[in-house]
Design a protein around this ligand. Structure first.
Ligand code: FMN
Length: 201
């Protein structure tokens, strides 16, 4: 016979004695999968964030978005546990490097190596170039690079939003930017026909 305390413990787990009944973990997993489907339906530029603070250099895969044309401001959203989050907070500058198709495998590898790993940069075998306006380097071969000074940091749900004031940039002629969509990296497709509309107006 179940005692009151075991009944309470089972109820807390969503377990009514039926092994097939969904548990709280099942519900959490289902919700995460649903949110993953929802947010991966929003296509985003895929980038490599590079930060150098003192002797420390790190690179992470991120998605990014532009915010303002003049001045140029871009946004990245970093998980508070990330090493790059910590380094950007310390150094207050970073580069956003739009991943070129030729770099996609390295970008995905960068997105899988978490925390301090002394062999990370060797494993990634990326080349770096000095920036013109900040101490964090650019990633060579990127479709475009933006040199950013941290303008604002805001806690937003489970990530922190970093707004970067762009103080230098380069766009590589013939670059092939990668977009993240549906949980996969994509090449940009063909332009669609339509009336010519300029934005910003
Ligand atoms: C395609 C892709 C996009 C990612 N975008 C983000 C992102 O926007 N924000 C984030 O916090 N982590 C993102 N990640 C996860 C980080 O890149 C990953 O956790 C990385 O290993 C962190 O490295 P760090 O601990 O050295 O900072 C992404 C990973 C991939 C593969």
């Amino acid at each position: 016979m179940a005692t009151r305390s075991t009944k309470v413990a089972k109820a807390a787990k969503g377990d009514k004695g039926d092994k097939t009944a969904p548990t709280r973990d099942d519900a959490r997993r289902a919700r995460n999968a649903e949110l993953g489907r929802l947010l991966s339906s929003l296509p985003c530029p895929q980038a490599l964030l590079c930060v150098q603070t003192g002797e420390e250099t790190d690179v992470a895969a991120v998605t990014a978005m532009w915010v303002s044309y003049d001045p140029v401001i871009v946004a990245v959203y970093l998980h508070p546990g990330m090493r790059t989050h910590q380094l950007v907070n310390q150094g207050r500058h970073f580069t956003i490097n739009v991943v070129d198709e030729a770099q996609n495998a390295k970008a995905l590898l960068a997105g899988s190596i978490k925390g301090k790993d002394p062999g990370k940069l060797e494993k990634l075998a990326l080349k770096f170039e000095p920036s013109e306006s900040i101490g964090s380097p650019r990633v060579a071969g990127a479709a475009a690079s933006y040199e950013c000074r941290v303008l604002k940091v805001a806690a937003c749900g489970d990530h922190d939003l970093f707004l970067g004031l762009v103080t230098g940039w380069s766009v590589r002629k013939g670059g092939k930017p990668v977009v993240r969509y549906g949980g996969k990296s994509h090449a940009i497709g063909t332009a669609l026909e339509g009336p010519a509309v300029k934005y910003p107006h």
